[in-house]
Design a protein around this ligand. Structure first.
Ligand code: BGC
Length: 743
């Protein structure tokens, strides 16, 4: 009711203030474009018909770092964007990346998207989207620059932590509810980076060479689903090139696929500085230009925005008749649609910031995403009630991880570090000691946001190890917390990792601790796979990801068994870097061009076809309980071209704790003229079970699950013949198999 009253009074004010000609509704009182009872297309046409040429061009480019103009004369509001994708970026100055110094812009940090993907739970993606959308809304943002769905091709990509893993099907299932959750707040999701932005090295110019089949089967499905199923209102072009054209103005990707094949009706927004040419920007599908750098002399110091490729240079072409108005109007329509759906939507909720619900959501998603990689002799969970002394070792136990990493860096109201979370859960019954173990990166600032932590350390590396080992000998249990961080060449935008191994000689610390105390749990905080040469000597390993504001509490929940882990890996951990396809075939990061020689054989598809044993396979994740799979039944042993098959399997919790299992369904094409992966993920269900409980899980597939992209015919094809069904707890832990025939 309150919303409606506000909206009405805003209308009345505007009607008085706006003088414009054109059709009106409601007995002539309300211009059509402002009448929210009218279909959006009518309103767009009406607004368009009232705009001057200058006003049209003005809505197609930025007016500040993160905003673009509306139409002030008509009362059409500005559009405000924000990063994304893990929390709402703090306010920056109008024209600078530096902080604006606001004191009301601290947010909740949600776990990184790798962690969300590792929940394998679309309900968590919906909760994430809804919650971050509410924070965006409260901060009066219209476009959230996220989620990112670039496929995990190499463990060295510095931005993998912002994406949803190596498998298109998993990313599809997770991105759709995220987008819908954000947009139910009247905030647009801007899905990024379209497309093929799979590395940071030379990201501003590298030309990706990839066969059509891999493009369609691996790299595009999550974008397609975000648009077609999720109804995303905005898409961000990538920095890199594809087919020799920058992706921000790429005819094939934007006009051909996104707007043509997928009927995307929203706006294509450039990545910040991803636009390079006026004519191409006009013709090749870009709608809204942001972040262009001008030359800083005659263009840039005071008049940068006028000199954007889609600003004065476009206007001049239009005035000279060298650019057509149909293309212009198409762009303006898209931007108006975006504004009407967001900034000018008076029915949208007000949102909320740092609510207890958001912190609870962050903790829940983090707890559900953490992956128990190894747990010999039931080392975990630790029971602090039965321990006198617990030792925590490692810089990542105390280092804030929400600051850094590039554009996803945040300014949080609150961040619980692992050590704080462990102490809060274990003390006072159990004493928690801390030893640094190694020194990584003691800095902690990004664009003026400072963690304020003093992590300086004067002891030598040898001394740090000796001190940690001495303390470990006295402890009832040891938790090493290391991994990567958000500094350059780690998990960070703008550069890729330089090595697959753990940085800062952490392997030495882990090995020394393993000798000193057999009750050792290694916790990795990272957004990427890492080498684990010590894996045989460490009984328990947890992948905890970058898990946001509630990182420490969520980790303590898992380590002490309050939460029974149910996360599964969204990407493969190879033993060695050379075991990853992109590296095996020698093209990462490439030169001016990078060839995706592995084609569709990305991640587990490569490991399986080449029989390369991974360190931890895609889909892997243990629990403190055990699950039994039985009784796989198929609704039929034959599928027809337009038919479906349902699979049912019984899953029983055979251990003594309640827990959740992700039941995974993979399909293999046994008779194919084309080369196909051994099997591919085509279904999954997360099922919660009490001890002794059995549930039957049903998954239904249609012929889409059987198809490959035929790049000679340019269409999706399901070949008749036999298909194998593999149901299990990971891609490498298949418990039941079956088969059916496609007629
Ligand atoms: C990043 C985008 C981000 C934008 C705005 C770019 O450098 O690639 O992901 O949304 O900056 O901060």
């Amino acid at each position: 009711m309150k919303t409606i009253c506000c909206a009405l009074s805003a209308w009345v004010g505007l009607i008085a203030a706006v003088s414009c000609s054109g059709p009106a509704s409601r007995e002539g009182t309300l211009p059509v474009y402002r009448d929210e009872t009218r279909p959006i297309e009518e309103r767009v046409e009406d607004a368009l018909s009232r705009m001057t040429l200058e006003e049209k061009v003005a809505v197609l480019h930025a007016q500040s770092k993160f905003s673009s103009a509306g139409v002030p004369r008509l009362g059409i509001p500005e559009l405000w964007c924000t990063d994304g994708p893990h929390g709402i970026r703090p306010e920056v100055l109008w024209d600078e990346w530096d902080q604006a110094g606001w004191t009301n812009d601290s947010c909740t940090a949600f776990p990184a998207l790798t962690c969300l993907a590792a929940t394998w739970n679309p309900e968590m993606a919906a909760l994430y989207g809804k919650s971050i959308g509410e924070e965006a809304r409260y901060r009066e943002k219209d476009v959230l620059l996220g989620p990112g769905v670039n496929i995990y091709r190499s463990p060295l990509n510095g931005r993998n932590f912002e994406y949803m893993g190596e498998d298109p099907y998993l990313a599809v299932r997770m991105v759709v509810p995220y987008v819908q959750g954000v947009q139910q707040n009247g905030v647009a999701a801007c899905v990024k980076h379209f497309a093929l932005n799979n590395q940071e090295t030379r990201r501003h110019g590298v030309n990706v060479v990839v066969e059509d089949r891999a493009l369609r089967e691996i790299y595009l499905p999550a974008f397609r689903a975000a648009v077609v199923e999720g109804g995303a209102w905005a898409v961000m072009g990538a920095y890199n090139k594809y087919r020799g054209e920058y992706c921000c103005h790429n005819d094939y990707l934007l006009n051909g696929i996104l707007k043509g094949e997928w009927n995307f009706d929203g706006a294509v927004i450039s990545d910040w500085g991803g636009t390079h040419d006026t004519k191409q920007a006009i013709e090749n599908g870009l709608d809204l230009e942001y972040g262009s750098w001008t030359n800083g002399l005659n263009q840039g110091s005071s008049n940068a925005y006028d000199n954007y490729y889609l600003a004065n240079p476009y206007l001049e072409l239009l005035r000279r008749g060298e650019a057509d108005t149909a293309t212009l109007d198409n762009k303006v329509r898209r931007v108006l649609r975006l504004i009407f759906r967001t900034a000018m939507n008076t029915q949208k909720p007000f949102g909320s910031l740092n609510s207890p619900e958001h912190l609870a959501a962050a903790r829940r998603i983090a707890g559900e995403g953490m992956v128990l990689l190894k747990n010999d002799a039931e080392t975990l969970p630790f029971d602090p009630a039965s321990m006198k002394k617990l030792l925590v070792v490692g810089e990542n136990a105390v280092k804030m991880m929400t600051v850094g990493g590039g554009s996803s860096s945040l300014k949080v109201r609150h961040e619980c570090t692992p050590l704080e979370g462990i102490r809060a859960a274990a003390e006072p019954t159990c004493e928690v000691l801390f030893e640094r173990g190694y020194v990584g990166d003691v800095t902690g600032s990004y664009n003026g946001v400072k963690t304020g932590q003093d992590l300086t350390e004067s002891r030598s590396a040898e001394q740090l190890i000796a001190d940690a080992v001495a303390a470990a000998r006295e402890a009832d249990g040891v938790i090493f917390i290391g991994g990567l961080n958000k500094s350059e060449f780690q998990d960070c935008e703008g550069a890729d990792r330089r090595e697959y191994g753990l940085p800062y000689a952490q392997d030495r610390v882990i090995e020394a601790l393993a000798e000193a105390n057999p009750r050792l749990a290694v916790v990795l905080v990272s957004g990427n796979a890492v080498a684990m040469p010590w894996i045989g000597r460490v009984p328990a390993v947890v992948e905890a990801w970058f898990s946001g504001s509630e990182a420490g509490n969520a980790l303590a929940d898992v380590l002490f068994g309050k939460v029974n882990p149910s996360g599964k890996l969204p990407f493969t951990f190879p033993v060695r870097l050379e075991d990853n396809a992109a590296h095996a075939l020698g093209e990462f990061p490439g030169g001016d061009s990078v060839r995706y020689n592995e084609g569709i054989f990305v991640g587990y598809r490569w490991h399986e076809i080449r029989e390369i044993e991974p360190l931890f396979p895609f889909g892997h994740g243990l629990s403190y309980t055990t699950f039994d799979y039985s009784n796989l039944r198929l609704s039929s042993d034959r599928m027809t071209a337009d038919g479906t098959i349902s699979l049912q399997v019984d899953v029983t919790n055979t251990g003594s704790r309640p827990g959740a299992e992700v039941v995974q369904l993979y399909i293999g094409d046994e008779e194919s003229l084309s080369e196909r992966p051994i099997k591919e993920l085509k279904g999954f269900e997360k099922v919660f079970l009490n001890p002794g409980e059995t549930r039957s899980v049903t998954m239904t597939i249609d012929t889409d699950a059987l198809k490959f992209y035929d790049d000679r015919e340019h269409r999706w094809v399901a070949e008749p013949g036999e298909f194998s069904v593999h149901v299990g707890a990971s891609s490498a832990d298949i418990r039941l198999t079956g088969s059916f025939t496609l007629r």
